[in-house]
Design a protein around this ligand. Sequence first.
Ligand SMILES: CC(=O)N[C@H]1[C@@H](OP(=O)(O)OP(=O)(O)OC[C@H]2O[C@@H](n3ccc(=O)[nH]c3=O)[C@H](O)[C@@H]2O)O[C@H](CO)[C@@H](O)[C@@H]1O
Ligand SMILES: C=C(OP(=O)(O)O)C(=O)O
Length: 436
Amino acid sequence: MGIFKIEGGHKLKGAIQPQGAKNEALQILCAVLLTPEKVEIKNIPDIIDVNKLISVLEHLGVKIQKKGKGYYIFQADDLDMSYLESELFKQEGSSLRGSIMIVGPLLARFGKGYIPRPGGDKIGRRRLDTHFEGFINLGAKFRYNREERFYGVESPEGLTGTYMLLDQASVTGTANIVMAAVLAKGTTTIYNAACEPYLQQLCNMLKRMGAKISGVGSNLLTIEGVESLGGCKHTVLPDMIEIGSWIGLAAMTRSEITIKNVSWENLGVIPDTFRKLGITLEKRGDDIYIPEQDHYEIQSYIDGSILTIADAPWPGFTPDLLSIVLVVCTQARGSVLIHQKMFESRLFFVDKLIDMGAKIILCDPHRATVIGHDFQSMLKATTMVSPDIRAGISLLIAALSATGTSTIHNIEQIDRGYENIEERLQAIGARISRLD
Ligand SMILES: CC(=O)N[C@H]1[C@@H](OP(=O)(O)OP(=O)(O)OC[C@H]2O[C@@H](n3ccc(=O)[nH]c3=O)[C@H](O)[C@@H]2O)O[C@H](CO)[C@@H](O)[C@@H]1O
Ligand SMILES: C=C(OP(=O)(O)O)C(=O)O
């Protein structure tokens, strides 16, 4: 397993370009299965999870042409469905979370879809009921092999549109059901749909392929099924979680950083959430400019009570940025309550920050109180293991701000979602190297 060695305590300076969004790319890649025609996609990030999904598509028989960096053409005109019964699929399909979204398109187009229990971060229970209840609502038969943890849905007669109220606004669940419904007979209405920019991008891509979807961007989607879909061109948005990570990095290292071409209109409450921590960030065209700041002071509520930063389905604050917000608060002036509502095992990494000298009280698995140091004392370097992707980047940011040299083990977790991270950070002055 790889290791990062990080010499902390140095200011950074310069511009950084965010990669394409991981969680959008995973949806968009699965959507290529909905048509036998060519689908051209730009700005696909070169990260472990995305490359694993591209490998699943390749083994499934999708023709793949790489035209340039992040630029691919896919054509799913002659699939080998026997791959879905292979040992290789069990291994590849279970190695990431995003693979679950091949089921909806396969079910819609070929009347069957299978998936081993998907992987992804170990951050608490991650159930798949919403996905399969959606497929069952559309008329599919569901099978689950408990021993092999293998899920299957079949619908040889095709799917039929219906009204459904999702039990939770699941991101990948909504994407999966939408991709099944676009080829179903009649009208599907999905209430309590997730509506992250990832889903808006997916729905807009499906519309360019010929799907009829209304309500995009809201939690009520109406889909008129069509007979077939055609090819299209699509460009993946910049990764809003990476953008949030770089805002946190700039604040913690007291650096002047410009984050280029961020697509401001798709960032929702992210900029204002960092502003509530007292961080100055300016909109300069489509860039975010963060000046060098010696202090940032957490705002309190109007009545003077302590600020809470909590996650919620979009347009609420994404859970994927809470670990980063937490680390940033360790050097703020003031106190904050971090409330991770969605995942029950995502805050345990604070132990490592406490080890580094941060003032954090883990109240319970979902809540942590952070009392900021206001740079009166710096975090101290240490050796740590990255438990999940966002804890990993948070620890990396902590290490870059700390005095001394830290090492982070299990950096594959970070590589899962951050492209070529050490070179991009070195370019703005970070002292980070990869040891094998
Ligand atoms: C590949 C991918 O796209 N992964 C993202 C996707 O995962 P994923 O689609 O797997 O996550 P879900 O949206 O299904 O659910 C996330 C968690 O939140 C809970 N939940 C969800 C909705 C809700 O209204 N109430 C609620 O409590 C679920 O029970 C679950 O524990 O969305 C998550 C939530 O934004 C992100 O952390 C993941 O990065
Ligand atoms: C939790 C995440 O990813 P995944 O759903 O792929 O585990 C994430 O991107 O923060």
